[in-house]
Design a protein around this ligand. Structure first.
Ligand code: EPU
Length: 307
């Protein structure tokens, strides 16, 4: 999208959606990510409801505009040049509801995972404790099949309500969604709107105990500084963090980006990192892992935008 087109695009979107949909130009994306680097989005929208989302997707299709669906940005690296297109964020209340129905929770894509875990605990439903420390949204967790403490998001999913890029709705089971370790191919060309999660009845006390044990484990092994979580997928032969640790690379720094001393698979932002710093550090780690052990480190984090 050229700068010349940008106001027109924002205006045209505004003409197709309700006034409750938020539309901004040149929105800095760093503040929408946990790593806190990266440039602006040409156009940034927060649709108010499914109808507006459908209209935005159809518009992007018609005009062949690049778009990206942003969750809480906790597994995302935005490049310094920003995103030439439309960033769609399902942050409005319509997309963030959590409704309990017996042993099931219907959770909007914009709902915070922590809130899902807390609601499940409040209703005596176990199996979702692992979500408490993942700093993401339900939509992002589905897209990445996010995991922690030995569980992954799709372990608890019964079905997902989706919108395809032409704006049409469907509900699919995990078996129909090409789910993988840290990924879900179906969500590369569909937007998750909500998920039906299944819990198992248990006492609130035991659920609370497990959540607090997970939280303690996380705080003792993972950094509090801004990061995008684990940067690499775990290779089959060794966890990426352990490998980076064994190679003596913790603390390695490029500009304001540094490999965490707490956990080797976390690249943290010391406050003034650029995306270029982070990308250079990633390249150093990949080259050293390959040279020293013959291991290819594959990036887990999604990278968008222009360098
Ligand atoms: N280890 C080290 N040094 C390090 C880091 C880890 O020796 O610097 C060792 C640990 O002692 C342990 C092993 O490596 O024996 C695995 O470490 P950890 O238990 O921290 O798990 P991980 O495989 O590194 C995975 C997920 C995390 C999740 C944790 C906790 C991946 C890529 N990562 O990390 O998910 O929080 O388990 O359950 O699967 C993420 O995906 O963004 C993420 C943070």
């Amino acid at each position: 999208m050229t700068t010349f087109e940008q106001p027109a695009i924002a205006e045209e979107i505004a003409g197709r959606v309700s006034s409750a949909t938020v539309i901004r130009r040149d929105e800095p994306l760093a503040k929408h990510t946990t790593l806190r680097v990266g440039g602006p989005a040409d156009v940034f929208v927060e649709p108010a409801n499914e109808k507006d989302l459908s209209a935005i997707l159809k518009f992007c299709g018609e005009r062949e505009l690049k778009f990206f669906v942003l969750g809480r940005g906790s597994n995302l690296l935005v490049c310094d040049g920003g995103f030439r297109g439309v960033v769609i964020c399902l942050a409005q209340p319509e997309f963030s509801k959590i409704e309990i129905d017996g042993e099931r929770l219907r959770c909007g894509a914009g709902a915070r995972l922590k809130n899902v875990a807390v609601e499940a605990r409040r209703n005596g439903l176990s199996g979702l404790e692992f979500l408490e420390g993942i700093p993401g949204s339900v939509g992002g967790a589905l897209r990445m099949n996010a995991g922690a403490m030995g569980s992954a998001t799709f372990d608890a999913v019964e079905s997902v309500r989706l919108m395809d890029f032409d704006g049409y709705l469907r509900e699919l089971s995990p078996a129909e969604m090409a789910v993988a370790y840290r990924g879900c191919a179906t969500l590369k060309n569909h937007v998750a709107l909500s998920a039906l999660l299944r819990g198992k009845p248990d006492s609130v006390e035991s659920i609370a105990q497990r959540m607090s044990a997970f939280s303690q484990k996380r705080w003792s092994s993972q950094p509090a500084a801004p990061s995008a979580g684990c940067m690499f997928k775990n290779p089959a032969t060794i966890p990426a963090g352990k490998l980076i640790d064994e190679l003596g690379l913790k603390g390695t720094r490029v500009g304001g980006a540094r490999i965490s001393l707490e956990h080797g698979n976390f690249l943290v932002n010391d406050g003034n990192a650029t995306a270029a710093d982070v990308l250079e550090l990633i390249g150093i780690l990949q080259a050293k892992a390959k040279a020293a052990r013959g291991i290819d480190l594959h990036i887990e984090v999604e990278i968008i935008g222009e360098e």
